[in-house]
Design a protein around this ligand. Structure first.
Ligand code: SF4
Ligand code: SF4
Length: 348
């Protein structure tokens, strides 16, 4: 790994170098009902709008490679045959500027399913391969439990990762693209003192997490607690609204809908992200619903993320970002659900 340092004031220069592309970064989205500032990822054209010291965005950057809705293909009848047009949606390179470790790791998890599995998704892959990612250090928030999930640091999945150390940035260079970008800034090689400052900042951040999930032997505990009454109790609280999946950086389930014009001249195929908590998620042709009760759907979501995905990919499909709990109107959070399944202090 190559490390560099540069003055924090030159972040604007880095932004300007990248601004020939479309830059996506954290910006302010107003205040919540308690007067706290809300942030979300959006197109940024002016560096002064970039809120690089943001706490957490409402949504992750997933939407830029896995949109909630996309028209994947159109079919037009030209007289004697159908003409098919496919739009992969990768119209221009994107720079994701200022992603926190959990959100970079969420893309790494999605890559395993949507790019590296035996059934890759070309709509995801086309957009994902057209990105440059600048990661940025963060301050753990009360809902964050990424440390428990092993996603609080970044080993791969970005081009550059920046940690703010006072008036300077400590830069971890992950790609040659990033290396050449830094050549255009006023960089220096970090010395022993810089490395010591970096280590001290990492340790200070590690000690500041307040939310945890005990993941030890969790797949086996989930196997043993499949019939636990705890699921019923959480299911009674769940509103089956699907908000948790909507804000989750790792949920990728989707449905396909085909619409055909009445005169059969044109058809479109739409892809829509979906939530396994919605009532019709497991409904099949003929009207049978394999999971008609909310507790079976909620349980399925937890078993997919913390058991099935771990069996398949040796890691959970959860980054511990805490967004689902923060957004849930019923106050259902991952740490509380897992603790209750383990027989801990949190009750449904
Ligand atoms: S867990 Fe919460 S956010 Fe998710 S579907 Fe149930 S009520 Fe909605
Ligand atoms: S399940 Fe919740 S905590 Fe885990 S990645 Fe999704 S939104 Fe974040």
């Amino acid at each position: 790994m190559i490390f560099k340092m540069f003055p924090a004031a030159e972040l604007e220069d880095l932004f300007a170098l990248l601004a020939v592309n479309r830059i996506i970064g954290p910006i302010s989205k107003g205040l919540n009902k308690d007067g706290h500032e809300l942030f979300d990822f959006d197109h940024v054209t002016d560096f002064s709008h970039l809120k690089i010291a943001y706490t957490q965005t409402i949504h992750s950057a997933k939407k830029f490679c896995l949109p909630h809705h996309e028209e994947t293909s159109t079919f037009t009848f030209t007289g004697d045959d159908w003409q098919k047009e496919v739009d992969f949606g990768a119209h221009q390179p994107l720079v994701l500027f200022g992603l926190h470790p959990c959100d970079i790791n969420s893309l790494n998890k999605l890559d395993k399913v949507l790019m590296d599995s035996i059934y890759p998704n070309p709509f995801y892959g086309a957009k994902r391969q057209n990105m440059l990612i600048i990661g940025h250090s963060c301050t753990p928030q009360p809902a964050c439990f990424c440390q428990s999930m092993g996603t609080d640091t970044v080993l791969a999945g970005c081009d550059l990762f920046l940690t703010l150390l006072g008036d300077d940035y400590f830069a971890e260079v992950h790609s040659s693209r990033a290396y050449h970008l830094l050549e255009q800034l006023d960089c220096w090689e970090p010395g022993a003192k810089d490395h010591a400052r970096f280590r001290a900042s990492i340790e200070k951040r590690s000690d500041s997490f307040t939310n945890t999930v005990d993941t030890s032997d969790l797949t086996k505990i989930l196997d043993m607690e499949f019939a636990s009454q705890v699921w019923q109790q959480w299911g009674e609280r769940c509103l089956s609204c699907g908000t948790c999946a909507q804000v989750c950086p790792t949920c990728y389930c989707y449905g396909i809908e085909e619409k055909v014009d009445m005169d059969l001249s044109r058809a479109v195929k739409n892809k829509q992200l979906y939530s396994c908590n919605l009532i019709d998620f497991a409904e099949v042709a003929g009207g049978h619903n394999f999971r008609p009760e909310s507790h079976t759907r909620l349980k399925y979501r937890y078993y997919h993320k913390h058991r099935g995905f771990v069996e398949a990919f040796e890691e959970a499909l959860c980054t511990g970002c805490g967004r689902c709990g923060t957004s849930c109107l019923a106050g259902i959070t991952v740490p509380e659900v897992i603790a209750s399944v383990r027989g801990g202090s949190h009750d449904a």
